[in-house]
Design a protein around this ligand. Sequence first.
Ligand code: UGA
Length: 438
Amino acid sequence: MKMAIVGAGVVGLATGAGFADLGHSVHCVDIDTGKIALLSRGSIPYHEPGLEALVLRNTSAGRLTFGHNPSKLLNDVELLFITVGTPSGDTGEMSLAALWSVIDQIEAWPDTDIRRMIAIKSTVPVGTAERVELRLRSRLPDNCLVDVVSIPEFMREGSAVRDFFEPSRIVIGTASVDAEERLTQLHQRLPGPILATDRRSAELAKLAANACLAVKISFANEIAALAEQTGADYPSVAHSLGLDPRIGPHFLAAGLGFGGSCLPKDTRALVRMADEAGAPQTLVEAAVRANAMLPLRMVRKLEAALSDPGRRRVALLGLAFKPGTDDMREAPSLRLIAELSRRHPGITLTAYDPEANHAARKLLPSSVKICDSAEEALKGADAAILVTEWREFRQIKADDFKIWMNRPIIMDGRNALDAAALNAQGVVCIGVGRLPVV
Ligand code: UGA
């Protein structure tokens, strides 16, 4: 099939390169001319495992091409995926500006024998596919037939390529049997179960999935706080919870909470949309509030472990919102740094992330010293906070912490380290939902 993708973010690129790898011809478009120039030279603007090889393999085979003009896209293709960003601000209002801009640039196509399909992959409020179709119909001549469908994307940053080839499910929301059949056929070679449904259910299925994950994480963090107050060990509690097949073991890790470009904005958007629809989502709203409290909670724990933090040097291990990515969008590290600096203006902060240093430099106050290694960040520190659970932090030995740091106090914000082993070797390691060893 000949297809196009508008929006060369991680989702768009992984989807485009993935379909190209399955033998389709894919033209990938983005308004960011710099990004398209990079991609055309074979360079990938993100840290995303496996993506570079996938893109290169398909560009050199001629199946994947890049450009920056969406206007005549439907002249040549049968299917257009839209994967542009839909940011939501503090009020939760999702901005569909990028989506409408693409839709409004689409021009009538001359060959009207083939019915075109526009598949919205971007996360959008319920009812968006219908609004897009109405807007296109009001503008295009009657003989330009188009189905607007919703195919939400469930891929995760850091495993986008794997998630493309091994999806947990493929949700196809359509309003026509013809579109449903063609899209089912297109996805047949992927192993996940295909769920054919209507467009509104597909749109809500995506928002509900991210909200459910967020609620699970906030639940984990609240039980972890209760464990701390009552002398229980949260990881043991989580282990037990996870063995119940009705609960499952995933997304029960307590720590500094959820960040990234999706869970925070999609939960805010769901809450707002639900209020407007008259079906308030009190649980999701509480999950968002609980998540926002976590950086402050960590600062308070640091204050309990380290006297006078305003006169100390504190190292942050990890800055990205999760390991496996260089993405700093709504990363918990940002709120943590803001809280540390607000409560302790004299504090000296050093930080190191294996992949996100570059992105962080543009976002962090210049007072935070961004270092080239964990060793450099930890040298002379009075305490460290493990913010992102990169594997290399697990490999730091107790002796290294003791030699490099002024005082070996580690606040393990992701329960990533072997606290018992470190404590036994003279490093104070304080996890989340666990009692500190004394
Ligand atoms: C999330 C969803 O997992 C994807 O299914 C979805 O497609 C994507 O959003 C999207 O809407 O595009 P992603 O943002 O890549 O994917 O990140 P996750 O792996 O879901 O992690 C989100 C945050 O939750 C991270 O900050 C992570 O550290 C945190 N987290 C995760 C926890 O605090 N505890 C856990 O147990 C799991």
